[in-house]
Design a protein around this ligand. Structure first.
Ligand SMILES: [Zn+2]
Ligand SMILES: [Zn+2]
Length: 441
């Protein structure tokens, strides 16, 4: 053994150390509480699915599916593949690059919205995986919280979800004045194809000014040119046709109602006809929340939209849907830009110290009594002197120290010291949990 090379976390991943891990759990708790007020209930789906689900659901031409998925062949099947035997499509698995496809798959599989039923409202939280170049605000494993509502196409579902998303950001402490809510409609299967054709023709006219990527994806996914960061492409796209000029009457009516409802709820938005989002499945409403500073080019902290065709793509009956996802890491960066720091985890209510070794077993029993009564309790495990035990109690942030000395213990008592005021009282050992309740609550 000896000098083994130290192994670090893979590039694009990071450890959430205790202060942050506690914050991430609290972040999820706030989401469950806020979204619960709007009727959303938690669902947990696997972190890997059949690759085919993402190919059909998200779209083969998207960057997410064509370049960024972690795809694997399960062990036994790899031998089959190497032997040249045909592989069943269900042997190909991918780590989920986003949460919507899996939730919609679960809704279809378990028939969670039978015909005529009220819409089902679901929320999820957990890691997503994309094989991207790691940079600030962009990880290969990152945490998202998202919601999906299936079974209703009413504009009030869209508006309600947007109101709820803005409410969540406010409750975790992102300053409303530092956020921009962008809104657009992507049209539907009746009006989008014609628009897509218009954009393709427009790109053809400007072929020479486009970057290689935009030229390559012009046929399969022309709308992605709106997201291109190349200055030349951005200049061209500033004059591209806007979807909002090509919406059919139904889509226009739907979009207008979403805006009226947001107005009624006093949620401010900016219409952005160039907002197309990277995924193929969106129809009608799309939205994105950006923070104005602190995140550079990765400034979107959340977004989503309507996907009325997705359930059919994964084999279900036609079911309208809408959802959004928000990025935990990006929210933290936005909060840190406002001066936020993780609060240290308070790990100790009471520290049980012994004056000498002879009472170590009794101290051990007393620590368990405190823990069983719901207190965070700790003792020394390294044979420290009484003075060092006090230092440790201080370091752990203990509000009280229970001191076991031979004289007090002889009468079944311990000293309870207030670490703030340094005052001490004598309490009966069996009554220590009650004394702590009185002192700490
Ligand atoms: Zn339409
Ligand atoms: Zn480009």
């Amino acid at each position: 053994m000896g000098s083994a090379r130290s192994i670090k976390a893979p590039e694009g991943t990071r450890d959430l150390l205790p202060d942050e891990a506690a914050y991430w759990r609290n972040f999820q708790k706030v989401a469950i509480e806020v979204f619960g007020r709007y009727g959303y209930q938690p669902i947990d789906t696997p972190i890997f699915e059949q690759t085919d689900l993402f190919v059909r659901g998200i779209g083969e031409a998207t960057d997410v599916v064509s370049k960024e998925m972690y795809t694997a062949i399960s062990g036994g099947n790899l031998r089959q593949l190497l032997a040249g035997e045909p592989l069943r499509t269900n042997a190909r698995l991918s780590l989920r690059p986003e949460g919507t496809a899996g939730v919609v798959r679960a809704v279809v599989q378990h028939d969670l919205v039978p015909q005529g039923a009220a819409p089902v409202k679901l929320m999820y939280a957990g890691p997503m995986f994309r094989a991207e170049r790691a940079q600030k605000g962009r990880q290969r494993q990152f945490n998202q919280i998202g919601v999906e509502c299936l079974g209703a196409d009413a504009p009030s579902i869209d508006a309600e979800a947007i109101v709820m998303l803005m409410r969540f950001f406010a409750e975790i402490g992102i300053r409303p004045s530092s956020m921009r809510l962008l809104l657009n409609s992507m049209g539907c299967e009746n009006c989008r194809p014609a628009y897509r054709g218009k954009v393709r023709a427009f790109l053809d006219e400007h072929n020479g000014e486009l970057c290689e990527t935009c030229r390559a994806r012009k046929e399969t996914n022309p709308l992605r040119a709106f997201d291109c960061k190349e200055p030349g492409c951005a200049e061209v796209m500033a004059h591209a046709p806007h979807i909002t000029d090509y919406l059919c009457d139904d889509c226009r009516e739907h979009y207008n109602l979403v805006k009226e409802l947001l107005d009624a709820a006093h949620v401010f938005y900016e219409e952005d006809p160039t907002l197309v989002r990277g995924l193929d499945y969106y129809t009608r409403t799309v939205f994105e929340v950006q923070v104005i500073d602190g995140l550079g080019s990765q400034n979107a902290i959340g977004g989503g939209g309507r996907y009325d065709k997705l359930a059919e793509e994964v084999g279900g009956r036609p079911t309208a849907g809408l959802g959004f996802a928000l990025g935990y890491e990006r929210c933290v960066l936005a909060l840190q830009a406002q001066g936020f720091e993780f609060a240290p985890v308070q790990s100790c209510d009471v520290f049980v110290a012994c004056v000498d070794e002879s009472l170590r077993h009794e101290a051990f029993g007393l620590v368990q009594l405190c823990r069983d009564s719901g207190f965070k309790a700790e003792m020394d495990h390294q044979g420290r002197s009484l003075k060092s035990q006090f230092k440790l109690a201080d370091k752990l942030g203990a509000a009280r120290v229970a001191i076991l000395g031979p004289d007090e213990w002889a009468t079944g008592q311990v000293k309870l010291r207030d670490m703030g005021t340094h005052t001490e009282i004598l309490v009966s050992a069996s009554d220590l949990p009650n004394a702590l309740s009185r002192a700490l609550l």
